[in-house]
Design a binder for this molecule. Structure first.
Ligand SMILES: [Fe+2]
Length: 502
């Protein structure tokens, strides 16, 4: 099978053509530098996608899709104050919302996922939108003005674009890419402080999806890497001091984008998307490939445990980028995931439809037992929980959706799942509007009592807002929308910093 060259690794590169087809996008979705995939299940029309009445965006097939519409980068940094608000911002909201994404400084990225990281932040307090700022993350690559995968700059340490996620822990605002070290930002103005390696404790790599135990405040994280040890698992206490770091025995490097915790377990899923060092060195665009012969398994170990403590159970082949949450239910570990039957499988990938699944792993016997059930086949991804319930039994989940579109990825609305009643619903932002990842911010004590924040882009006028939705009734639409001084490009993962962090 012909493979594109990968500018993420040493070796000569040939940027792909600007023509964009659905299959091309699918085959390149969630490459190693990205935290977000738009698998076929999101592109194919199925379930509650909110596509009814949508007005498709115009698209120029002669130009790279990642430089068009709201995928296109913005050209500069901006500060704006006292933003106009439609509706009323809930007075309980006092904090800073920061979302990361890919924004190539020269607008010449070989792929959406390979752009320099840029954060967009909105500071909210006293019912007002105090300011908006956007800042490039001043990574080593950004400072050098080079792309991810420069032959003379191997992707180690801080040589990544840190464009996937944002993390608030131990009083520090961090950004992370898929691999490599995170960066620390100043929440007062979103400027970059520098590479963050946990005081020298971080040796290999840091996931874009660490987990914070809401009771202990500990940060649990893993990193996968291209050489032995292929996988490490670490814990930092609530202050950010790394208290344990263990290599976890796995046979090869697989794309492990996220993991989960319960109040006593760390849960890993090893899926058969394998990394090929040979192909990477030869310059393949995507050196990760679906290899069902490797198998798929779920591993459970005690929080803070070591590789000798982990137990694995084989499951049907699949791929999972993101989980909503996990928790203990007696002898069972329950994990709610966005499951895809396969990933990077080449021909036929577009026919692979994903769904939301509930995994149950019985840990009581000498061998763990696995079963799962479909929650919904609606095209929902980018799951977001009430993080006060991370690792604990949850009821609600919020998601980003897409609309059916054969030409491009057409973000839609905000999906909402009540796992207790089984109700699945959607907020559709309008025929020309597109919502991103929903982020839950608490407003009251109970699960789901709070607000969803999400950037919304209107392709009819090129403008963006930050929408605030009641989390337990998102279908009714926003209670407020903050008008932003510029378009905010589609991006990946955000975070909320109570009080603003400064
Ligand atoms: Fe992600």
């Amino acid at each position: 099978m012909q493979r594109d060259r990968n500018p993420s690794f040493p070796g000569p590169t040939t940027p792909p053509t600007g023509r964009f087809g659905r299959r091309e996008f699918l085959q390149r979705s969630a490459l190693l530098a990205a935290g977000f995939a738009v698998p076929s299940s999101l592109v194919a029309a199925c379930g509650d996608s909110g596509g009814g009445g949508a007005v498709p965006e115009s698209f120029d097939p002669s130009r790279p899709w990642w430089l068009q519409n709201d995928f296109a980068p913005v050209e500069d940094e901006m500060d704006a104050f006292d933003l106009k608000v439609r509706g009323r911002i809930p007075s309980v909201l006092d904090g800073l919302y920061v979302r990361n994404g890919s924004n190539p400084q020269k607008a010449d990225s070989p792929h959406w996922f390979f752009g320099d990281g840029m954060v967009h932040g909105v500071r909210i307090a006293d019912g007002r939108a105090l300011w908006y700022r956007n800042r490039w993350i001043n990574t080593i690559l950004y400072e050098k003005g080079i792309s991810f995968g420069d032959p003379n700059t191997p992707p180690v340490g801080g040589a990544n674009q840190s464009n996937v996620s944002t993390i608030w822990h131990g009083g520090k605002l961090l950004t992370s890419g898929e691999v490599g070290f995170p960066y620390e930002l100043d929440p007062s103005d979103l400027s970059t402080k520098g590479v963050y390696d946990f005081g020298g404790a971080l040796k290999t790599s840091f996931t874009a999806h660490p987990k914070i135990d809401p009771v202990t405040g500990s940060l649990h994280f893993f990193g996968y890497w291209f050489f032995d040890p292929f996988l490490t698992y670490s814990v930092a206490d609530r202050s950010g001091r790394v208290v344990s770091s263990e290599a976890v025995d796995v046979r090869q490097t697989t794309m492990m984008h996220s993991f989960a915790i319960t109040d006593r377990d760390a849960v890993f899923w090893e899926c058969p998307v394998l990394f090929s060092l040979e192909e990477a060195m030869a310059g393949a665009l995507n050196p990760f490939h679906w290899d069902p012969s490797y198998g798929t398994r779920v591993g459970i170990m005690p929080l803070g445990g070591s590789t000798s403590d982990i137990r694995w159970v084989e499951i049907e082949n699949c791929y999972v980028f993101h989980e909503l949450n996990a928790y203990r239910d007696g002898n069972e570990v329950v994990v709610d995931v966005c499951r895809h039957p396969e990933m990077f499988a080449g021909e036929g990938l577009e026919d692979s439809e994903g769904d939301l699944r509930r995994w149950r792993i019985d840990t009581s016997g000498s061998s763990m037992r696995f079963r799962d059930e479909i929650v919904t086949t609606a095209p929902y991804e980018l799951p977001h929980p009430d993080r006060r319930f991370t690792g604990r039994r949850h009821r609600y989940g919020w998601f980003s959706t897409t609309r059916p579109n054969d030409q491009t990825v057409d973000f839609g609305g905000t999906g909402y799942v009540d796992y207790e009643t089984g109700k699945v619903s959607l907020w559709d932002p309008g025929s020309t509007r597109h919502a991103g990842e929903p982020f839950f911010v608490p407003g009251g004590a109970a699960e789901g009592d709070g607000w969803l924040l999400t950037f919304v882009y209107d392709h009819s006028n090129g403008k963006s807002t930050l929408a605030i939705l009641p989390a337990l009734d998102p279908n009714g639409g926003p209670v407020a929308e903050i008008e932003l001084p510029r378009r905010v490009p589609y991006g990946f993962h955000g975070v909320w910093i109570p009080g603003g962090g400064a």
